[in-house]
Write a protein that binds this ligand. Sequence first.
Ligand code: SF4
Ligand code: SF4
Length: 429
Amino acid sequence: MLEARKAPDAAKAAAEFVAQAGRDVAFQLEACVHCGQCAEACHFHLVTREPHHTPVYKLRPMLKAYRRSRAPFAGIQRLLGLAPREPGAAELTAWSELLYDSCNLCGRCTLVCPMGIDIAGLVRRAREGMAAAGFAPEDLYKASGHALDTGSPIGVRWPALRRQIELQEKETGLRIPVDVEGADYLVILSSIEVIAFPEVIGALARIFRQADVSWTIPSAGFEATNIGVQIGSRDIAAALLERVVDAAERLKVKYVISPECGHAYSALRWEGPNLLGRPLPFKVVQITELLDQLVREGRLRLRGKDARRLAFHDPCQLVRRGGLTEEPGRLMDAVSENTVRTPAQGAANFCCGGGGGVSAIHRAERLRFAAFELKKRQVEQAGAEALVTACANCRNVLEEAIDERGMTLPVLGLTELVAQYLEPEAAKS
Ligand code: SF4
Ligand code: SF4
C-alpha cells in the first residue's frame, strides 16, 4: 500500500509503466499520428501555448519505457543500442508537473483524438507509475495519508459532519437520518461539501422529504472523494472504496447516491467494480440523475424560477466522461427561466482547472488560474450573471478563480438551486 512518499525511484516507475502497458495501452501508444488535435483541445496548452503542454507529449516517459521493454522488436533494438533510454529521475521529476499539475484527467483531448486514443485514461495509468515510485506531488501524498487515516483527504471526521448535520436540522426543522438500516438510498458526501457547502445537506433533506425518499447518511464511510484515483494508486482507491461498500452493506441500502463531486462518480460508478474485484452490491445513482428522475416522475413539485441569466458549468467527470449529458439541462430548465449557453457547453466544456487532483496541488495554482481565462471569456461572452454546477470541487475552484480575477459572479450548486424552488407548503414538515 502506498501510504507516504517514497524516495523517488526511476527504475520502479519505468517497471510500473511497462506493467500498465497491456495490449490496449500498447495499441493506443502506437496509434498516434501526431496530428496535434489534442493540443488544440487542452485548456492548459491553449493558454500557455507551450509545446510540452500537448496532451500526448505528457505520455512520453511511459512511451519510452514501453518502447524499450515491450514494443515489437524491443529486444533487438536494445541489443543494437537503438532502444530509447529508460526515463531517469530528472526526467520524471520534470514530468510530474506534466502528468499532475497540467492535467485534469478531463478527457477533452480524448474527445477529439481521431485515432480514439484515451489520453486522459493513459495519463491516469501513467500516474500509477509516478505515484508508486515517489514522483507524485507531495500534496497528493499528504492528502492520501489523511484519507487513509481519517477517511477524508482533508481530515474531516464524523464529529465535524455530525455538527454540520445538527446545524442543518436546526436550519430546516427536519430530522436528518443517520445510520438508518434498511433505507433505500445512502447519501455520501465530499469533504468540500461538508466544510464549504453544508447547505447541500439541508437541501437534500428538504428534497427527499417532499419526494418521500427513504435515505440515510452513514456515520462511517461517508466520504465520497477518492484520492487514490487522483494520485494514481489502485490500492488506495480500492481501500477507500471499500469503506463506502462496507457502509452500504452494513446499512443494507439499495442505492448509493454519488453527490455533487465529479471524480467521486467516476471512482464509484465506472472504476468501482474493477477496483473492488466484484460487482458493486448496490446501484450507483448520481444526485443529478436522481433529481431529474424525481422531477420527471412528478415527485418533486417546483414553483417559480430564477430570473437571472444562469449558465451551467458541466463537470467533466459527470458530463463528458460520465455521460450525464441531458439531466443537468433538464433540471436547469425546471428552475431557471433564463438559462444561457456558454460556447462549447456540454461534452466539450472546458474543465474548471482543478479536476484530477489539481486543486489539491499548491504549486499548480498559478497554472489553473491561467486556464480559467478561457472559462472567463466564455462566461462573459454568454453574459451570465451566475454560474451553476453539480460538483463541489468545480464550485470551489471556480469561486477561487473568480475571486483571483476580481470578478463578481456567484457560483451555485444545482441541488441547492432545485431545493430553493420546491413548493413551499410541500417543503415544510
Ligand atoms: S485530459 Fe484534459 S487537462 Fe489532461 S491533457 Fe487532456 S485536455 Fe489537457
Ligand atoms: S489527437 Fe490523437 S493522434 Fe493526434 S496527436 Fe493527439 S494523441 Fe496523437
